[in-house]
Design a protein around this ligand. Structure first.
Ligand SMILES: Cc1cc2nc3c(=O)[nH]c(=O)nc-3n(C[C@H](O)[C@H](O)[C@H](O)COP(=O)(O)O)c2cc1C
Length: 221
């Protein structure tokens, strides 16, 4: 697959079939994604990949917490600045409107938004999921390295006919994830990633992007 096609066909897919993802495919993708760049080549990512019974167990444990309205775990990192300023706050609101609008959920119906968001903890039906951890000692540049690694994985998945959804939502239930993957204490869960074959019967709205003039400045010679 052409790189441009991989980039533009990748999107956060939120509906997967239960068709299993072969382990050799996941291994191939992760072996290639290890070539993602990182400052001084420290490769600060620690990935756990769950399929089958362990993933089913995690979904069950998370689902049980949601069912009783269990509050989220103590956050290990701040997912957004406490006061997200414009234009970022506008883009975030536009995303919420689009995501929940596509499901017919009005802005004020927080209850319905929460119900839809709960699908995160079922990995949107995906049969495979990756949980990406980073050492607590790492700084901002290493978190950025992890982002590059994750995007590399998501692009390679496209080449395998697979889709994905990166999910910070899993960090909200990091203790439950830890129950299943047993990570060392010095790791923080950055995010999960649902992986699988897209359920084409599920509708979706394509997100937009800010015009280039908003995010790029060319300084020509
Ligand atoms: C680090 C990260 C965390 C995300 N967390 C979630 C999440 O918890 N749940 C979700 O449904 N989407 C999540 N997303 C997907 C974004 O909402 C999505 O990438 C964004 O709206 C742009 O849409 P697109 O990826 O379909 O182009 C996350 C994306 C990233 C990069």
């Amino acid at each position: 697959m052409d790189v441009y096609e991989a980039v533009t066909s990748r999107r956060a897919v939120r509906g997967f079939t239960d068709r299993p993802v072969p382990k050799e495919v996941l291994e191939r993708v992760l072996r290639a994604a290890a070539w993602a760049p990182s400052a001084s080549n420290v490769q600060p990512w620690c990935d756990y990949v769950l399929t089958g019974a362990p993933l089913a167990e995690l979904k069950k444990l998370a689902g049980a917490r949601i069912a009783v309205g269990d509050p989220w775990d103590e956050p290990e990192y701040e997912q957004y600045p406490p006061a997200l300023k414009a234009p970022y706050s506008d883009r975030r609101s536009a995303f919420g409107e689009q995501r929940y609008g596509a499901l017919g959920i009005p802005r004020e119906d927080l209850e319905a938004r929460h119900r839809a968001a709960a699908a995160n903890w079922d990995c949107f039906g995906a049969p495979a999921a990756l949980f990406c951890y980073i050492d607590r000692d790492m700084g901002l540049p290493q978190w950025s390295d992890v982002g590059m690694h994750l995007q590399t994985i998501m692009l390679l998945l496209r080449d395998e006919g697979l889709h994905s959804c990166p999910q910070m939502a899993w960090a909200k239930y990091h203790e439950t994830v830890a129950q299943v993957v047993s990570p060392p204490d010095d790791l923080i869960l950055f995010c999960g990633m649902s992986i699988g074959y897209e359920d084409l019967t599920e509708g979706h709205a394509r997100t937009g992007r800010a015009p280039l003039e908003e995010t790029v400045t060319f300084i020509d010679g």
